[in-house]
Design a protein around this ligand. Structure first.
Ligand SMILES: Nc1ncnc2c1ncn2[C@@H]1O[C@H](COP(=O)(O)OP(=O)(O)OP(=O)(O)O)[C@@H](O)[C@H]1O
Ligand SMILES: [Mg+2]
Length: 270
């Protein structure tokens, strides 16, 4: 995009949910200001229930803000914008479809022609290392591979911004680190702007250019930390001397907020 500095911008974004059981409302998010730089990898961490998924849904056009402005590529977000791909938490593959059919799903829905579907599906399946499994069903795959299917399904749509909501939550630590490497490779190759929501501080620090730390609900950014990592990083960066310091700074902010969350939920503190 010529002259565009930011992929997405939120200013004063607030989300208040009405309650189904009578009067009352729940202030879930904000006000939040966020400028996502074009092509950056931005992670969001914050206490459970602080409004992270709500924030992602606002950017994805799935949840309209109650107040404030949300823009993608300089235009107000109304409905699901073209150019944004979403990967939802854990495994959202369709069990009744093969890997190839899962990956082709979005393109078939939007009427892309058959040859183009084939070309893009082959590329995405190859990129995610699933070529051998193109005719397998999700039940025949490991959790990490199923999550790769979900990422491939987004990749075929050639999004300019990719939003991921705790995509690796169900995976073991080693698989998570390797999936993180896949995600970095995908980010470099596509040049897309990435917003990742994660509960793992290691993951946030390892993958991101910037990490946004949210307060307890209603979530607001209480800190945004620049990691300063090189673009060609991978999971080995966890051994870098600065890694622990960055992690410590985020945890310091988050610890107080998490304790607040536990108190409001009536959970005993540590
Ligand atoms: N559709 C909805 N209607 C009413 N309340 C909602 C709705 N979606 C979320 N909430 C509430 O808004 C608050 C924020 O929810 P959200 O899912 O955005 O948090 P989160 O930070 O993603 O949490 P987690 O870390 O557990 O995934 C919570 O209190 C939740 O119960
Ligand atoms: Mg969530």
């Amino acid at each position: 995009m010529d002259g565009l500095e930011y992929a997405a911008r939120l200013s004063g974004v607030t989300r208040v949910y009405g309650t189904a059981s009578g009067p009352g409302s729940l202030h879930a998010l904000g006000p939040v200001d966020l400028d996502l730089r074009l092509g950056e990898f931005f992670s969001v961490v914050g206490p459970s229930g602080c409004g992270k998924s709500t924030l992602l849904d606002v950017l994805a056009g799935l949840n309209p803000p109650s107040a404030g402005n949300a823009e993608f590529e300089g235009k107000p977000i109304r409905g699901v914008p073209d150019g944004i791909g979403v990967v939802f938490q854990e495994d959202a593959s369709f069990p009744w479809l093969t890997v190839a059919a899962n990956v082709a799903f979005g393109l078939r829905e939007n009427g892309t022609d058959k040859a183009e579907i084939r070309r893009r599906v082959d590329y995405a399946i190859g990129f995610m290392g699933l070529t051998q499994f193109r005719d397998a069903y999700p039940a025949q795959l490991s959790g990490g591979m199923r999550q790769r299917v979900c990422i491939a399904r987004t990749l075929v749509l050639q999004p300019r911004m990719i939003l991921l909501d705790e995509p690796f939550g169900a995976l073991d630590q080693q698989t998570r680190l390797l999936m993180g490497d896949e995600l970095l490779r995908l980010w470099r190759e596509t040049g897309a702007t990435v917003l990742l929501i994660t509960h793992s501080l290691d993951e946030a620090v390892m993958l991101s250019d910037r990490v946004g730390v949210m307060s307890a609900r209603p979530g607001q950014f209480i800190d945004v930390i620049e990691t300063g990592w090189p673009k060609d990083r991978d999971s080995r960066i966890v051994a870098a001397p600065r890694f622990g310091a960055l992690n410590g700074r985020i945890w310091e902010k988050l610890r107080a907020e998490t304790m607040k969350h536990m108190q409001t939920q009536g959970v005993a503190g540590p």
